[in-house]
Ligand binder design. Structure first.
Ligand SMILES: [Zn+2]
Length: 323
């Protein structure tokens, strides 16, 4: 990339808070269609106790972290005075394997990207690494920060998937369970994979059944249901062991692929019920305990470290812009 052919861009003043309000998680506010008769008829909904199921040899946790490093202005190559905004972000995906009573990181992948709707965007080469250009299509019904944040989230999900597949291929377990931290969206085709959702902004179940979730005892779960928002998946609520607190403390929602049969999905639900509680963190170690499983918390710390120092990458971007 030479200065003549390269794109002209500038970097906004450093704002460490930038992007923190841009989280665009699950905007589909409960327009959910729910099918309750998947595992048991709706009239027979009751808490399900854990059943003795063989535990998988390994539980693989997949997670990713993201950070907005800077906001950039990309000059219009046509020489008009207009410029498009973009974000430079660092993101990392990783997998931690829990087997034989130990947890070990089995794969990490750190990437940097430039996300923009600018008609022409080139990679930005910096001393801290290359920010690969990703063009997003502008959407009339979505603010630009949400469009860019979603584009970043999509690339992070892709990195998570690739890291997970690689870790599994190279893995030492014949039989594993893959736990994706967050929605399973886009990863539902992965074998024996579940999504793990810790926070509950939206109510998906009808009133009475929603109250049932609050009454679950430790390790109990709801029957499996099918839910459709912008995408369809199986789901169930599960309570991790917790030291009391609000009615929904310790409650997580698990997601599984929509194409699984009744037996398969019930078996998967039973497996999550018997293994996930083992990884619940304790309150003094993590303020989001017990929903924040400790292998995931450890992996997130590791991944954040791998993103590199934020001031260093910011300066690297300023240098690249000045070239
Ligand atoms: Zn292992």
């Amino acid at each position: 990339m030479t200065a003549i052919a390269g794109m002209n861009f500038s970097i906004d003043a450093w704002d460490p808070g930038y992007g923190s309000s841009m989280e665009a998680e699950e905007l589909g506010r409960s327009q959910a269609e729910v099918e309750l008769d998947v595992e048991v008829p709706e009239a027979e909904w009751a808490p399900i106790d854990p059943s003795p199921v063989p535990a998988p040899e390994a539980v693989l946790f997949v997670d990713g972290v993201r950070r907005i490093d800077a906001r950039v202005w990309i000059d219009d190559p046509a020489g008009t005075n207009s410029a498009s905004i973009g974000i430079c972000a660092s993101y990392a995906a990783g997998v931690v394997c829990c087997c034989e009573g130990q947890a070990h990181v089995v794969g990490t992948d750190v990437r940097r990207g430039l996300f923009t709707v600018a008609p022409r965007a080139d990679d930005i080469v910096t001393p801290a690494g290359i920010y690969t250009a990703h063009r997003a299509a502008a959407k009339e019904d979505k603010p630009l920060p949400v469009v860019l944040s979603s584009a970043l989230q999509e690339q992070l999900a892709l990195a998570e998937e690739e890291t997970a597949v690689k870790a599994r291929t190279a893995g030492h377990a014949r039989d594993d369970l893959l736990v994706v931290d967050g929605p399973l969206r886009g990863r539902a085709h992965l074998d024996r994979a579940v999504g793990f959702i810790k926070s509950h902004q939206t109510t998906y179940l009808p009133g009475e059944l929603n109250a049932l979730v609050g009454s679950l005892g430790a390790h109990q779960r709801t029957p499996v249901f099918l839910m459709g928002t912008t995408w369809v998946r199986h789901s169930w609520y599960l309570r991790l062991p917790s030291a009391g607190g609000p009615p929904w403390s310790g409650v997580v929602r698990v997601e599984a692929a929509p194409h699984l049969g009744r037996e398969q999905v019930a078996e998967l639900a039973n497996v999550t019920q018997s293994v996930l509680g083992r990884f619940a963190s304790v309150a003094y170690k993590d303020s989001r305990a017990p929903q924040n499983l400790y292998p995931i918390a450890g992996l997130e710390r590791d991944l954040r470290h791998r993103l590199g120092d934020q001031q260093f990458v910011y300066r690297a971007l300023r240098l690249a812009a000045a070239r």
